[in-house]
Design a protein around this ligand. Structure first.
Ligand code: FAD
Length: 303
């Protein structure tokens, strides 16, 4: 099933992101965790992909397994940075032969080794090139990334937004945001992107922070703003693991409910291969998920 059809359904829904193992020895435990999340029957699940393609085999294997075993639509991520055109074409061909219909087209994170590299000889510089290639290669539903607080490498938000618009014009069917901890920043982004004429669904990315160690890593990776309300919670409970987990899940749940109440129909949760976290969030929303959306529409949305 194409994810754009799930999104156009306009029912309040949730999707979860999982990541493949970095080493083969962890494959079974990761597979089990992803299956436990799939058994909750979210609207769809996305499976990340290592920049450079190191864990690519597992991405497709996990995406196929979840779809076939649990009938949950899956979104396989694909990155292009530092990959050769031949490698990317091979992955696209693997996706076709496995019947993968949904692809998240990404440039990929620049690892420390890649950051200093001479990029001029790379086959791909930006995600838009991958979006174009996927659009030409087959009938894929294509997702792309966006950044309510600007991509960390950008210095000009308007230019960043224009690049996002170009990715959509090149063929992206929907966008998913980097993690946000303050919904008002997401709403602000929505006004700007709709004003630029981007009308595709935009899924806010919510990261439930369930232990204090996650905070620094998450902020470094995303450059996201952490509201005082969240900082206070980490200060108060950061050294009490169970309390921190409960508070982090409650904070994420609160963000999701606010998003639904403001006309957003699907929220993407970075569930980090943690079935218990996914299950608690789903439980907190049990009477909300599946409801029709509140009827509020963002500027530029036509249905
Ligand atoms: P781009 O769209 O190429 O943007 C990167 C930078 O280049 C931005 O600053 C942008 O403004 C600029 N830019 C874009 N187009 C142009 C252009 N035409 N000319 C000049 N500048 C341009 N990483 C992984 O490695 N694996 C994953 O599975 C993964 N999943 C992700 C899922 C989501 C929802 C998100 C938000 C991020 C994910 N990432 C993943 C991280 C992502 O790869 C990084 O954020 C990366 O730095 C940028 O990827 P992008 O696709 O947004 O790149």
């Amino acid at each position: 099933m194409k994810i754009i059809d799930v999104l156009n359904d306009k029912k309040l829904s949730i999707s979860f992101e999982v990541f493949p193992p970095k080493m083969e020895t962890n494959f079974e435990s990761v597979k089990m965790a992803t299956e436990e999340i799939a058994a909750l029957h979210p609207a769809f699940m996305s499976v990340t992909y290592g920049a450079g393609g190191g864990t690519s085999k597992y991405t497709l294997e996990i995406a196929k397994n979840i779809r076939d075993k649990y009938d949950v639509p899956t979104l396989a991520h694909l990155t292009c940075v530092s990959s050769s055109r031949d490698t990317v074409r091979e992955r696209i061909s693997d996706m076709k032969s496995l019947g993968i219909e949904n692809v998240m087209a990404l440039r990929g994170d620049l690892t420390p080794e890649l950051e200093g590299a001479d990029r001029s000889s790379w086959d791909y510089q930006h995600a838009i090139e991958l979006v174009r290639e996927l659009r030409e290669a087959g009938d894929f539903c294509i997702g792309a990334a966006c950044y309510p607080e600007m991509h960390p490498e950008s210095t000009n938000q308007r230019q960043d937004l224009i690049y996002i618009k170009e990715k959509v014009e090149a063929g992206a069917d929907f966008l998913t945001t980097q993690m946000v901890f303050d919904n008002s920043l997401f709403y602000n982004f929505m006004y700007k992107i709709r004003d630029l004429g981007v009308t595709v669904p935009v899924l806010p990315g919510i990261m439930p922070i369930t232990n204090a160690n996650q905070v620094e890593k998450a902020l470094k990776l995303s450059g996201a703003f952490m509201p005082l309300r969240f900082k206070s919670l980490v200060d108060a409970f950061g050294d009490k693991p169970e309390a921190m987990k409960q508070a982090g899940i409650a904070y994420a749940t609160d963000q999701i409910i606010d998003l639904y109440a403001n006309g957003i129909t699907n929220v993407h949760v970075y569930s980090m291969n943690k079935p218990d976290v996914a299950e608690t969030i789903m439980g907190n929303l049990s009477d909300i998920i599946g409801e029709r959306s509140v009827g509020f529409r963002w500027i530029g949305e036509d249905n």
